[in-house]
Write a protein that binds this ligand. Structure first.
Ligand SMILES: Nc1nc2c(c(=O)[nH]1)N(C=O)[C@@H](CNc1ccc(C(=O)N[C@@H](CCC(=O)O)C(=O)O)cc1)CN2
Ligand SMILES: Nc1nc2c(ncn2[C@@H]2O[C@H](COP(=O)(O)OP(=O)(O)OP(=O)(O)O)[C@@H](O)[C@H]2O)c(=O)[nH]1
Ligand SMILES: [K+]
Ligand SMILES: [Mg+2]
Length: 466
């Protein structure tokens, strides 16, 4: 086993306030350094003990003062979480004690671990691939049965197995291509004909496409069901966001074009997480920043499962046309709810007129007042009804990670180029190049081809001690 990291690292692995606090030590000198401050109550020193044992003893300061009575567990490389020699010191859960022990470890030659460094070492030492390491962070963050299930399956290598299979298929494909290149003057040879390659490419395309598409569901489970709040400027989108979140998250004003960038936050309704997305109001504008915001509005609309299209009930001229030409075409396979806002300003007869005007549009409609918080509870109920996520079973591979999604989209583009190349009888070596690209992007997911910068980005979001 290659040992890339020579430093021995330490960190508190437990949250503050518990009865017990655990310090993790990992690296080539982990056992020796721990043994330096730890005296077993009886028997051999730690350095001479067997792995997977627990030893009771005390932590002593250099002055001989007892800092704590502790249990120490012992792991020997490669049989530990990181694949390195490791110990865990289980102290009484006082942050004073834990800090003291950390300081003693540092004085004896450890350094403080960076966020995610244990898991990063587990990855570098071949204990898991990158998609499994990323799932560890998801597992810690998981807050529902569904997100827990997805993270657990990914951590246990479900996705890795699927990718390995895909790569095997691609390698099979390349070898067929190469055979075809080698025997290009023998057209009667059957094993590498174009139709066989076409079939294989179609199959691979299908698998990659399925995985990439699963991100829509995976992302909704992990980050909340995306709900975009869309409409012209000043209809009250930001007011509604604040009402739903119960917080002054977005700036509200009577100035048109107040919201220029996308604002998002989540709430939980009856156990379902929704991610509300307040967008820049749609209008014709010559302001470049604002028009960038409006572009993002349409992009967010694409990515959302539920669209709340909002109008100002006191200003409905042209809205029906807008709905039919600009909104409905973007709402296929999405749930649309039409919100007539500022409805507290309408007389009952005006409400009836408005309802009649939109009577032919077959979607959910609701009169609300975002400002007076009228009918917000009814809206929440409608949201819960609209929130359908497919039941996922243990064997479903579902992408929850944006990095994996990007890589799959790239892989999908490559395989599409392969298919086009086959169709237009491109020379085999050119098609092979696209195949190699496809393999490259899939390798990116499991971390076979990854560079330091990518790793740093992934692990910096972990907690310290993980
Ligand atoms: N105290 C403690 N609890 C913990 C962890 C830990 O590091 N320490 N974990 C950390 O996240 C998780 C458990 N994960 C672990 C994964 C592998 C090994 C390990 O020793 N693996 C060896 C031996 C496996 C075997 O017996 O077959 C190996 O991979 O060779 C330990 C913990 C959750 N609970
Ligand atoms: N009477 C009434 N006024 C409202 C209601 N909801 C919002 N407003 C007012 O409408 C104005 C615009 O509200 P915003 O929430 O900023 O509207 P917006 O759609 O986010 O606007 P942009 O970000 O500019 O696109 C503010 O003055 C709000 O107080 C409502 O239900 N009734
Ligand atoms: K506004
Ligand atoms: Mg706004």
């Amino acid at each position: 086993m290659k040992m890339i990291n020579q430093d021995t690292i330490c960190a508190i692995a437990t949250a503050q306030g518990g009865a017990i606090g655990i310090i993790r030590v990992s690296g080539p000198r982990a056992i020796e350094i721990t043994s330096h401050l730890f005296i077993p109550v009886q028997g051999k020193p730690l350095t001479e003990r067997k792995p997977y044992t627990l030893t009771f003893g005390k932590i002593l300061s250099p002055q001989g003062e007892v800092i704590d009575e502790v249990l120490v567990s012992l792991f020997r490389a490669p049989h530990s979480y990181t694949g390195e020699d490791s110990t865990e010191i289980m102290c009484h859960g006082s942050s004073y004690i834990l800090q003291q022990v950390i300081q003693l470890l540092i004085q004896s030659g450890c350094r403080s671990a960076l966020p995610g460094e244990y898991t990063q070492r587990a990855f570098l030492n071949g204990k898991m691939d990158l998609s499994q390491a990323e799932a560890v962070a998801d597992l810690i963050a998981s807050s529902s049965a569904a997100s827990h299930r997805l993270a657990m399956s990914q951590m246990r290598g479900g996705f890795s197995k699927e990718l390995a299979e895909l790569r095997n298929r691609l390698l099979h494909f390349t070898s067929l291509m190469e055979l075809e290149l080698d025997f290009s003057d023998h057209e009667e040879l059957e094993f590498a004909n174009r139709s066989e390659l076409n079939e294989l490419a179609a199959h691979i395309e299908q698998v990659i496409a399925r995985l990439a598409h699963s991100f829509s569901v995976g992302n909704a489970i992990k980050n909340g069901i995306p709900v975009a709040i869309i409409g012209e400027t000043n209809v009250g989108k930001s007011t509604l966001l604040n009402a739903l979140l119960n917080e002054e998250k977005a700036i509200v004003s009577d100035i048109h074009g107040t919201t220029r960038d996308v604002i998002e936050d989540t709430i939980n309704l009856q156990g379902i997480t929704f991610r509300f997305i307040d967008t820049a109001g749609i209008r014709q504008t010559s302001d470049t920043i604002e028009s960038l915001g409006i572009k993002r509005t349409f992009k967010k609309m694409e990515q959302s499962h539920i669209i709340l299209w909002m109008i100002d009930s006191t200003d409905v001229k042209g809205r029906l046309e807008e709905l039919q030409t600009e909104i409905l075409p973007h709402c296929q396979s999405k749930k649309l709810i039409i919100l007539f806002n500022k409805s507290e300003l309408l007389l009952p007869i005006q409400k009836e007129e408005l309802a009649t005007m939109f009577a032919n549009i077959e979607t959910e409609k609701l009169f609300i007042s975002a400002k007076k918080r009228e009918n917000i509870t009814t809206l929440e109920e409608k949201l819960v009804q609209a929130a359908t996520l497919p039941e996922i079973s243990l064997n479903d591979i579902i992408i929850t990670n944006a990095r994996h999604y990007e890589a799959l989209v790239q892989a999908l583009n490559s395989i599409h180029r392969v298919q086009e190349g086959l169709q237009s009888d491109l020379p085999g070596d050119l098609v092979s190049e696209d195949l190699r690209q496809c393999i490259f992007h899939l390798s990116d997911i499991v971390g076979d081809v990854t560079n330091d910068e990518v790793l740093e980005n992934i692990f910096k979001n972990f907690c310290i001690g993980k």
